[in-house]
Design a protein around this ligand. Sequence first.
Ligand SMILES: Cc1cc2nc3c(=O)[nH]c(=O)nc-3n(C[C@H](O)[C@H](O)[C@H](O)COP(=O)(O)O)c2cc1C
Length: 346
Amino acid sequence: MGLYNLLRKGLFSVPPEIAHDLALDSLKLGNSMGMRNWLCQKPENDPCTVMGIEFPNRIGIAAGLDKNGDYINALGGLGLGFLEIGTVTPLAQAGNPQPRMFRLEESQALINRLGFNNKGVDHLVSQVKKRRWQGVLGINIGKNKDTPNASAVDDYLHCLEKVYPYADYITLNISSPNTEGLRDLQSVDELQKLLVSMNTRKQQLAQEHGKLVPLVLKIAPDLTTDQVTPMANCIAENQIDAVIASNTTISRSSVSGQKHANEAGGLSGAPLFDLANQCLKNFRQALPEHISLIGTGGISSAADGLEKRRLGADLVQVYTGFIYNGPGLIYDLSKAFAKSAGTPQD
Ligand SMILES: Cc1cc2nc3c(=O)[nH]c(=O)nc-3n(C[C@H](O)[C@H](O)[C@H](O)COP(=O)(O)O)c2cc1C
């Protein structure tokens, strides 16, 4: 049994949210003690340029694992191609009452309804300023629960301005199922309003700070097929640089009958793989080629990562598969990607 399998056994014997904090604190401790490669080999060097940014490899950790930027050095020390922190909101908020995270071990999945629990954008920025890891850092922003959708743009603008000088790219998260009404921002009228404001402010911030930070949109896998083309047009018109497909799903068809399957929230992990892939494929077809895609959802093996690449993902992110399989997953993906480099895509 590998070291991570042993660790996982221990971690899975306590409730998921406690395990989450324990795992990250242990990683932080291991990293601060210089045990850089204690859990897995360093991922292969496989450089690429996406959104004008140079990545050492194509594998990142998805948003939500380090919501506050408290673990940047520890996670970065795993040799990631990039790390996305957040979702962060203008003000700190507690999120939904516990329990709000559930393991569906049978299918290597999680359901969460955390509800953007975070320490607020000022805390995150102070953590980013202190970081030692200098890898590619994405910052994922959202709106506070108490902000009505009519003023959601103000929350996104507030966070955009705060994080702009410190981010390599900024993700607009309009697809968490755990903030009431958030996904309504995906409707074309709302999306247009949001993206026009964000793009206009981004151009001004680029002048002020002397750097153009790419904007990325994170979408839900539960969109209907007729939403795809109008959204893609709106994304292209407003100079969004990449799309993350996808966030968690509210569908339960792939886990029906399993323990916890009826808990409210977003489902992630292996049962999300096909749905997220369909979403990735739809957006690859609908978006112009210069807009990049980050494939997220259900990656638990190197083969899963290769499938995302085949469907058009320029980069991939892991979350739930990383919890179940450990940092070895990042190494396996990097090896597979490095080996397949140069292989033509479909
Ligand atoms: C516990 C948990 C918390 C999450 N929090 C966020 C978040 O704050 N912001 C966000 O954009 N996505 C969040 N996500 C979604 C992930 O970033 C990712 O898009 C999704 O889990 C699919 O990938 P996976 O199947 O590899 O987990 C969260 C996922 C989980 C499991």
